[in-house]
Design a protein. Structure first.
Length: 265
Protein backbone atom coordinates (compact mmCIF):
# COMPACT_ATOMS: atom_id res chain seq x y z
CA UNK A 1 0.00 0.00 0.00
CA UNK A 2 1.12 3.56 -0.66
CA UNK A 3 2.73 4.81 2.55
CA UNK A 4 0.72 8.05 2.63
CA UNK A 5 -2.49 6.07 2.20
CA UNK A 6 -1.51 3.75 5.07
CA UNK A 7 -0.75 6.75 7.28
CA UNK A 8 -4.11 8.28 6.36
CA UNK A 9 -5.99 5.13 7.44
CA UNK A 10 -4.13 5.01 10.74
CA UNK A 11 -4.80 8.71 11.37
CA UNK A 12 -8.50 8.31 10.56
CA UNK A 13 -8.67 5.43 13.06
CA UNK A 14 -7.10 7.60 15.75
CA UNK A 15 -3.70 5.90 15.64
CA UNK A 16 -0.67 8.16 15.72
CA UNK A 17 2.51 6.74 14.18
CA UNK A 18 5.87 8.19 15.15
CA UNK A 19 8.97 7.56 13.03
CA UNK A 20 12.41 7.82 14.69
CA UNK A 21 14.81 10.30 13.08
CA UNK A 22 17.95 8.32 13.91
CA UNK A 23 18.91 4.69 13.33
CA UNK A 24 18.13 2.45 16.29
CA UNK A 25 20.82 0.03 17.53
CA UNK A 26 20.12 -3.47 16.20
CA UNK A 27 17.17 -2.37 14.06
CA UNK A 28 16.68 -3.86 10.61
CA UNK A 29 17.04 -1.77 7.46
CA UNK A 30 14.03 0.44 6.75
CA UNK A 31 11.62 -0.90 4.09
CA UNK A 32 11.07 1.00 0.85
CA UNK A 33 7.95 3.14 1.11
CA UNK A 34 5.88 4.16 -1.92
CA UNK A 35 5.05 7.86 -1.68
CA UNK A 36 2.90 9.98 -3.95
CA UNK A 37 2.86 13.71 -4.53
CA UNK A 38 -0.75 14.16 -3.39
CA UNK A 39 -1.66 13.09 0.14
CA UNK A 40 -4.90 11.03 0.39
CA UNK A 41 -5.36 11.90 4.08
CA UNK A 42 -8.52 14.01 3.65
CA UNK A 43 -10.18 11.49 1.31
CA UNK A 44 -9.52 8.56 3.62
CA UNK A 45 -10.42 10.49 6.76
CA UNK A 46 -13.86 11.29 5.33
CA UNK A 47 -14.41 7.82 3.85
CA UNK A 48 -13.49 5.85 6.96
CA UNK A 49 -15.99 7.81 9.05
CA UNK A 50 -18.79 6.47 6.84
CA UNK A 51 -18.48 2.69 7.18
CA UNK A 52 -20.32 0.10 5.10
CA UNK A 53 -24.10 0.32 5.43
CA UNK A 54 -25.56 -2.19 7.84
CA UNK A 55 -22.52 -2.09 10.14
CA UNK A 56 -24.10 0.22 12.67
CA UNK A 57 -21.97 -1.06 15.54
CA UNK A 58 -18.84 0.41 13.98
CA UNK A 59 -20.39 3.83 13.40
CA UNK A 60 -21.45 4.02 17.05
CA UNK A 61 -18.02 3.13 18.41
CA UNK A 62 -15.50 5.85 19.28
CA UNK A 63 -12.29 5.54 17.27
CA UNK A 64 -9.41 3.80 19.05
CA UNK A 65 -6.93 6.21 20.60
CA UNK A 66 -3.50 4.66 20.49
CA UNK A 67 -0.10 6.32 20.46
CA UNK A 68 2.45 3.96 18.95
CA UNK A 69 6.06 4.15 17.86
CA UNK A 70 6.66 2.53 14.49
CA UNK A 71 10.23 1.29 13.97
CA UNK A 72 11.88 -0.93 11.41
CA UNK A 73 11.55 -3.79 13.88
CA UNK A 74 7.85 -4.20 14.72
CA UNK A 75 8.53 -7.17 16.98
CA UNK A 76 10.87 -5.13 19.15
CA UNK A 77 8.17 -2.48 19.52
CA UNK A 78 5.65 -5.12 20.56
CA UNK A 79 8.05 -6.60 23.12
CA UNK A 80 8.50 -3.14 24.64
CA UNK A 81 4.76 -2.83 25.35
CA UNK A 82 3.22 -3.70 28.71
CA UNK A 83 2.45 -7.42 28.80
CA UNK A 84 -1.32 -7.00 28.55
CA UNK A 85 -1.06 -4.74 25.49
CA UNK A 86 1.45 -7.06 23.83
CA UNK A 87 -0.88 -10.01 24.39
CA UNK A 88 -3.80 -8.04 22.89
CA UNK A 89 -1.71 -7.21 19.84
CA UNK A 90 -0.68 -10.84 19.42
CA UNK A 91 -4.28 -12.06 19.63
CA UNK A 92 -5.42 -9.44 17.09
CA UNK A 93 -2.70 -10.49 14.66
CA UNK A 94 -3.47 -14.18 15.07
CA UNK A 95 -7.23 -13.90 14.69
CA UNK A 96 -7.59 -11.60 11.67
CA UNK A 97 -5.13 -11.14 8.81
CA UNK A 98 -6.10 -10.63 5.20
CA UNK A 99 -4.74 -9.30 1.92
CA UNK A 100 -7.00 -7.83 -0.76
CA UNK A 101 -6.66 -6.82 -4.38
CA UNK A 102 -9.00 -4.19 -5.75
CA UNK A 103 -9.61 -4.09 -9.52
CA UNK A 104 -11.38 -1.26 -11.30
CA UNK A 105 -12.87 -3.28 -14.16
CA UNK A 106 -14.72 -0.42 -15.87
CA UNK A 107 -16.66 2.73 -15.01
CA UNK A 108 -19.60 0.78 -13.58
CA UNK A 109 -17.96 -2.30 -12.09
CA UNK A 110 -15.17 -3.15 -9.62
CA UNK A 111 -13.88 -6.33 -7.99
CA UNK A 112 -12.17 -7.17 -4.72
CA UNK A 113 -10.44 -10.52 -4.33
CA UNK A 114 -9.18 -11.78 -0.97
CA UNK A 115 -5.90 -13.68 -1.17
CA UNK A 116 -4.67 -16.26 1.34
CA UNK A 117 -2.64 -14.03 3.68
CA UNK A 118 0.39 -16.35 3.79
CA UNK A 119 0.39 -17.01 0.03
CA UNK A 120 -0.64 -13.66 -1.43
CA UNK A 121 1.84 -13.94 -4.29
CA UNK A 122 1.09 -17.50 -5.39
CA UNK A 123 -1.13 -18.67 -8.24
CA UNK A 124 -1.71 -15.20 -9.67
CA UNK A 125 -2.10 -16.41 -13.26
CA UNK A 126 -4.68 -19.05 -12.31
CA UNK A 127 -6.70 -16.56 -10.26
CA UNK A 128 -6.58 -13.95 -13.00
CA UNK A 129 -7.67 -16.54 -15.57
CA UNK A 130 -10.63 -17.54 -13.39
CA UNK A 131 -11.55 -13.88 -12.88
CA UNK A 132 -11.51 -13.31 -16.64
CA UNK A 133 -13.81 -16.31 -17.19
CA UNK A 134 -16.28 -15.04 -14.58
CA UNK A 135 -16.31 -11.58 -16.12
CA UNK A 136 -16.93 -13.09 -19.57
CA UNK A 137 -19.85 -15.06 -18.11
CA UNK A 138 -21.18 -11.72 -16.82
CA UNK A 139 -20.96 -10.36 -20.40
CA UNK A 140 -18.06 -8.03 -19.61
CA UNK A 141 -15.52 -7.45 -22.35
CA UNK A 142 -12.25 -8.45 -20.65
CA UNK A 143 -10.16 -7.21 -23.57
CA UNK A 144 -11.10 -3.67 -22.58
CA UNK A 145 -10.35 -4.25 -18.89
CA UNK A 146 -7.31 -3.02 -17.02
CA UNK A 147 -6.28 -5.63 -14.46
CA UNK A 148 -3.91 -3.37 -12.55
CA UNK A 149 -4.85 -3.59 -8.86
CA UNK A 150 -4.67 -1.67 -5.60
CA UNK A 151 -3.60 -3.69 -2.54
CA UNK A 152 -5.05 -3.49 0.95
CA UNK A 153 -3.63 -5.47 3.89
CA UNK A 154 -4.85 -5.95 7.42
CA UNK A 155 -3.44 -5.27 9.92
CA UNK A 156 -2.10 -1.98 8.59
CA UNK A 157 0.93 -2.32 10.88
CA UNK A 158 2.14 -5.65 12.24
CA UNK A 159 2.23 -5.78 16.03
CA UNK A 160 0.25 -2.56 16.53
CA UNK A 161 -1.98 -2.76 19.65
CA UNK A 162 -5.55 -1.54 19.04
CA UNK A 163 -7.85 -0.80 21.95
CA UNK A 164 -10.98 -1.66 19.97
CA UNK A 165 -12.09 -5.23 19.17
CA UNK A 166 -9.95 -6.39 16.20
CA UNK A 167 -12.80 -7.35 13.87
CA UNK A 168 -14.52 -3.98 14.40
CA UNK A 169 -11.31 -2.09 13.68
CA UNK A 170 -10.78 -4.19 10.55
CA UNK A 171 -14.37 -3.63 9.42
CA UNK A 172 -14.02 0.11 9.90
CA UNK A 173 -10.78 0.26 7.89
CA UNK A 174 -12.18 -1.96 5.14
CA UNK A 175 -15.33 0.15 4.93
CA UNK A 176 -13.19 3.26 4.57
CA UNK A 177 -11.11 1.67 1.83
CA UNK A 178 -14.21 0.66 -0.17
CA UNK A 179 -15.83 4.07 0.31
CA UNK A 180 -12.66 5.79 -0.87
CA UNK A 181 -12.46 3.62 -4.01
CA UNK A 182 -16.15 4.25 -4.71
CA UNK A 183 -15.63 8.00 -4.60
CA UNK A 184 -12.55 7.82 -6.80
CA UNK A 185 -13.89 5.30 -9.36
CA UNK A 186 -17.67 5.73 -9.15
CA UNK A 187 -18.65 2.08 -9.65
CA UNK A 188 -22.30 0.98 -9.46
CA UNK A 189 -21.53 -2.65 -8.56
CA UNK A 190 -18.77 -4.11 -6.38
CA UNK A 191 -18.15 -7.87 -6.50
CA UNK A 192 -16.18 -9.23 -3.54
CA UNK A 193 -14.55 -12.66 -3.66
CA UNK A 194 -14.23 -13.14 0.09
CA UNK A 195 -12.62 -15.45 2.60
CA UNK A 196 -12.17 -14.05 6.10
CA UNK A 197 -13.73 -10.70 5.18
CA UNK A 198 -17.00 -12.47 4.40
CA UNK A 199 -18.21 -11.85 7.96
CA UNK A 200 -17.16 -8.19 7.81
CA UNK A 201 -19.38 -7.46 4.80
CA UNK A 202 -22.49 -9.60 5.18
CA UNK A 203 -25.67 -7.74 6.09
CA UNK A 204 -27.86 -9.55 8.60
CA UNK A 205 -31.65 -9.37 8.60
CA UNK A 206 -34.26 -11.14 10.70
CA UNK A 207 -34.66 -13.79 8.00
CA UNK A 208 -31.13 -14.37 6.71
CA UNK A 209 -27.73 -12.95 5.88
CA UNK A 210 -27.72 -10.96 2.66
CA UNK A 211 -24.89 -11.41 0.15
CA UNK A 212 -26.27 -9.00 -2.43
CA UNK A 213 -27.64 -5.65 -1.33
CA UNK A 214 -27.68 -1.92 -2.01
CA UNK A 215 -25.32 0.26 0.02
CA UNK A 216 -27.57 3.31 0.15
CA UNK A 217 -25.08 5.75 1.66
CA UNK A 218 -22.63 5.35 -1.22
CA UNK A 219 -25.24 4.26 -3.81
CA UNK A 220 -23.78 0.99 -5.13
CA UNK A 221 -24.66 -2.70 -5.00
CA UNK A 222 -22.40 -5.05 -3.05
CA UNK A 223 -22.19 -8.75 -3.99
CA UNK A 224 -20.24 -11.17 -1.77
CA UNK A 225 -19.19 -14.70 -2.72
CA UNK A 226 -16.31 -17.18 -2.27
CA UNK A 227 -12.74 -16.17 -3.08
CA UNK A 228 -11.05 -17.06 -6.34
CA UNK A 229 -8.51 -19.19 -4.44
CA UNK A 230 -11.32 -21.12 -2.74
CA UNK A 231 -12.88 -21.90 -6.13
CA UNK A 232 -9.54 -23.06 -7.50
CA UNK A 233 -9.02 -25.31 -4.48
CA UNK A 234 -12.60 -26.59 -4.39
CA UNK A 235 -14.11 -26.44 -7.92
CA UNK A 236 -17.50 -27.58 -6.60
CA UNK A 237 -17.93 -24.06 -5.21
CA UNK A 238 -18.25 -22.62 -8.72
CA UNK A 239 -21.88 -23.68 -9.08
CA UNK A 240 -22.81 -22.00 -5.79
CA UNK A 241 -20.89 -18.86 -6.76
CA UNK A 242 -22.67 -18.68 -10.11
CA UNK A 243 -26.05 -18.81 -8.35
CA UNK A 244 -25.01 -15.97 -6.06
CA UNK A 245 -23.99 -13.88 -9.06
CA UNK A 246 -27.38 -13.99 -10.75
CA UNK A 247 -28.74 -10.73 -9.23
CA UNK A 248 -25.52 -9.00 -10.26
CA UNK A 249 -25.71 -10.51 -13.75
CA UNK A 250 -29.27 -9.22 -14.13
CA UNK A 251 -28.29 -5.69 -13.05
CA UNK A 252 -25.37 -5.64 -15.48
CA UNK A 253 -27.62 -6.84 -18.29
CA UNK A 254 -30.16 -4.10 -17.59
CA UNK A 255 -27.43 -1.44 -17.35
CA UNK A 256 -25.95 -2.59 -20.69
CA UNK A 257 -29.38 -2.47 -22.34
CA UNK A 258 -30.02 1.04 -21.02
CA UNK A 259 -26.61 2.21 -22.18
CA UNK A 260 -27.12 0.80 -25.71
CA UNK A 261 -30.82 1.03 -26.59
CA UNK A 262 -31.82 -0.60 -29.86
CA UNK A 263 -32.38 1.79 -32.75
CA UNK A 264 -36.01 2.24 -33.61
CA UNK A 265 -36.84 2.02 -37.31
Amino acid sequence: MNELTRQAYLEAMGIQVVYPRIALPGARQSPHYELSAASPVEVVREAIRRPIEGVTSVASLPPPTVNATSTEDDQAATDALPQSAAETSEVAADTLKFSLRYYRINEQFAVIDELPHAQSGNGNEDKLSLLRNILLALNIDTDACNFAYESFDWPLIQGLPVETEPSLAARQALGGFIAMRKRLDGFDNLLVFAGQIDALLLRSTKKAEQRDYLVKVEDYHLTITSSLQAMLSFPMLKKEVWQRLQPLRQRLRIAAAEASPSDSS
